[in-house]
Write a protein that binds this ligand. Structure first.
Ligand code: UDP
Length: 486
């Protein structure tokens, strides 16, 4: 049986294959999308590479939650990687190279032979891979299965640093030179007065344009418009500056963000109050919520650099001094292995804890959505990952941005300059700057930030209300999946 035969035998059941890249953030988003599709009655196969599948199921309640959906199923595919997630961001390209060498041919074979469809009651009628998987376009052509890409990174990065990358290289703006970092990038439409070279995606600073990350991004930009649709984790009001440009290249866009909030809104009240909504590969330390309970509203700074970034011990100490000098209590996520620089972790931690015990709470991994929703939290020192940014926007928490990789550079610029939701301290790590930023968002400019963060939080909530733009987009996505499965 090839795919076509199976397809014609059973045409009326939409069956979506979701295929995320094997990192915490994208898998988390893809699972939320999967659950939304399951709730609408669509069959979903969730294809994980081995690298993330084992730790995901071991450390989370994902399996028990998805077991309740008869129309949901996990499948796995090898990636040839020896170790399990978590990895750090500097190994991103290593993971992508392994996927290219091992997973890509296996995926093609799986789809062309129809073996995945045969293992399921219903054949696959639609593919939703991560936008990084450019190779899925050829597979879609070969199998005649419709394809929507899912971009879990920010639209501002997609527009500035993916779709415009070829033109920026052509014009000699990329690779960005150290001395030019503050120059405005005038060649990206819509961004003429906003974007400096330092705000382009981090890979634009790589000196060699034959670097795999740059080449992969160029390929992605060429491939995205070849899919029948593009799913984005944003809402129309938030990205009104860049969405019209993206739409010119990819006319069929589904803006279903903030996805975590839309997902929660679509669950029943008892389901959405479950603590097991988390898709974390790390165990969440929920004791920090009772620590937060002891603090008055908007007095605590929350610090996290997400699931991939690392900082040196010197950077950690600058941030720590800045926080202590600001005299604000803080909740700090120190993911194991996230501090580099060869030092005795337990010794430094115990010294810091001794000085900070009155002021700080340090955990390995926090229930971040609940932390940001806690009334005691008044500011978020973040690496500006797109999920963290969206989670902060929904809860109206002002941000101090300290970006590392990929989309975090444009995200932090948009937070500071476009949405005015916080302070961008990119490319600096200095205790005086940290102290001032904390005092600004928590004290000096608190009223202004309260107003602006409240404005965006309301728009975010409107977008996921019954008649909101993201709810309408999700309904259209579901309708289109059904139509294209016929
Ligand atoms: N997160 C969490 N607990 C933590 C730190 C982060 O649950 O202690 C979650 C956070 O809520 C977000 C994700 O991890 O959903 C991080 O994604 P993001 O896109 O912000 O950054 P990345 O980890 O991909 O760099």
């Amino acid at each position: 049986q090839n795919h076509q035969e199976i397809h014609t035998r059973n045409v009326l059941q939409p069956h979506v294959l979701i295929f995320p890249i094997p990192f915490q953030g994208p898998v988390n988003c893809a699972l939320k999308l999967a659950e939304l599709l399951c709730l609408s009655g669509i069959h979903v196969t969730f294809l994980n590479t081995d690298h993330i599948h084992r730790p995901l199921l071991r450390h989370s309640h994902v399996l028990s939650r998805f077991n309740r959906y008869p129309n949901f199923k996990f499948e796995t595919i090898p990636d040839g990687l020896e170790d399990e997630n978590p990895v750090t961001g500097d190994r991103f390209e290593e993971v992508m190279a392994a996927i290219d060498a091992v997973t890509k041919p296996l995926f093609r074979e799986m789809m062309i032979s129809g073996s995945l469809s045969r293992r399921s009651e219903h054949p696959v009628t639609m593919m939703i891979p991560d936008e990084v998987y450019s190779f899925a376009v050829e597979v879609a052509v070969e199998t005649s299965i419709p394809l929507f890409f899912f971009a879990t990174l920010s639209p501002c990065c997609l527009w500035t640093s993916h779709f415009n990358l070829a033109a920026l290289i052509e014009a000699g703006h990329v690779p960005v030179k150290e001395n030019d970092l503050d120059e405005l990038v005038k060649d990206v439409p819509g961004m003429e007065h906003i974007l400096r070279k330092r705000d382009l995606a981090a890979f634009c600073r790589i000196n060699d344009i034959s670097d795999p990350e740059i080449q992969r991004t160029l390929k992605e930009a060429q491939t995205l418009p070849r899919a029948q649709g593009l799913i984005l984790n944003t809402f129309d009001d938030l990205d009104s500056l860049v969405l019209p440009y993206i739409r010119k290249l990819c006319p069929n866009i589904y803006t279903i963000g903030p996805l975590h909030a839309l997902h929660k809104a679509q669950l029943t009240p008892s389901e959405s109050s479950e603590t097991t909504l988390s898709n974390s590969v790390w165990k969440e330390d929920r004791t920090c919520l009772s620590w937060l309970d002891k603090h008055p509203p908007k007095t605590v700074v929350y610090i996290s650099i997400g699931s991939l970034s690392t900082m040196t011990v010197d950077q950690m100490l600058e941030i720590w001094h800045g926080l202590v000098n600001s005299r604000k209590p803080f909740l700090w996520v120190r993911r194991p292995g996230s501090i580099t620089g060869g030092y005795d972790e337990s010794e430094v931690e115990s010294q810091l804890l001794e000085v900070t015990k009155e002021m700080g709470c340090i955990v390995d991994w926090a229930p971040q959505e609940d932390v940001l929703a806690h009334c005691a939290v008044g500011g978020f020192l973040t690496h500006s990952g797109w999920n963290s940014t969206m989670e902060s926007i929904v809860q109206g928490v002002p941000m101090i941005c300290w970006p590392f990789y990929v989309d975090q550079q444009p995200n932090s610029r948009f937070v500071g300059e476009v949405w005015k939701l916080g302070i961008d301290m990119k490319d600096t790590c200095d205790r005086l700057i940290v102290e001032k930023a904390v005092r600004d968002i928590m004290d000096g400019k608190r009223d202004i930030y309260t107003q602006v963060t409240g404005y965006w939080a309301n728009l975010a909530k409107e977008s996921i209300s019954d008649r909101g733009s993201s709810s309408i987009s999700l309904a259209r996505l579901i309708d289109d999946i059904r139509l294209m499965s016929l």
